[in-house]
Ligand binder design. Sequence first.
Ligand code: GDP
Ligand code: MN
Length: 371
Amino acid sequence: MKMFEFMAKDIFGQNGIPVPQGRVAYSADEAAQVAREIGGPVVIKSQVLTGGRGKAGGIKFADTPEEAKQAAEVLLQSEIRGLKIEQVLVVEKIKIEKEIYVAIALDGAARKPLVIASTHGGMDIEEVPEEHLVKYYLDINIGIMPYVSREITRQMGVRGEIAKQIQGVLQKMWQVFKAYDAELAEINPLVISGDKIIAADGKMTVDDEADFRWPQGTPYVEERTEVEKKAHELGISYVELDGDIGVMANGAGITMATLDIIQHFGGAAKNFMDAGGGSSMEATAKALEILISTKPKAILANIFGGITRCDDVAMAFAKVKESIGIPVPVVIRLVGTNQDEGVRILKEIGIDAYSRVDEAVAKAVELARQA
Ligand code: GDP
Ligand code: MN
């Protein structure tokens, strides 16, 4: 899940990273009020979950509260890349001498956190030539120790007092990254202003599955669709995708494998749904109801019964078929615990179970195509 800039900056600030003074405003009058409190030139920044706001006209400058009000008025009525601007961040305007880029990102392929740093900040990092980027893989157990942050600023070619401050920011970013189960923590630009550095922007993405660490409720933004929210409330991992085959499997690994196999056979999944290993009949029935509500062209269940019992899964299908009906073709691959009983129950409601996953997937792809 992505956080708004103001949330990421709140967290950075609480953890000792210098951030500009200011706060969020929900109306033009409030923006003027914040500008008055700051008492000098301000920046009015659209809070939307996309980057490149500067280029898209989502960042405005104002010298007086009256100007801040006008700027906020315009922004609060506009959109950036189709996203409505519901609030603006009003912050003191920092004098920029140089813009630096610093980020820690989880590199899925390397399975390690990666520090990316550059003295060519401000613009999209994708546009910075590779030779101007410092990349440093972290050992997750060590993180950013002082020698690591010194090595990074050395490679960046920064020296002296500013280098020390950047080292401090990097170490604090690592603390935040770890504490919040972040997938990305980014400051672009980290501004050099006089003899100080300050985070003029902030971005953070945190792991969707880390909510349980926040007993007071998630401190970040819900980016889920309505169906995703509903599924999540039932403890089901669910992500909407672009295809037409509704997928249900019991475990994250088997679900991902199922999506790969669908693609292999030329089909496209409509979702990722890990209904959980060892789910009860009721939970599986609820998961199936959610799947049906998304109106897929076909439903494919890939069940490898270990703790999950095949007869429970079959009963769930029977129950849903009887209560709300299943209006699309269903293909089930069912093997494992109580398989025979499960297959028998499915047969009674007119569904043939497959034991081979490739055959089941090929069938589901064919049915979706015909639909
Ligand atoms: P993004 O375009 O969505 O990444 O939004 P940023 O917060 O990075 O702002 C875009 C650009 O606006 C920055 O790269 C800066 O050049 C400029 N900017 C943002 N905040 C300030 C500020 O406090 N002072 C000045 N002078 N420029 C700013
Ligand atoms: Mn930025």
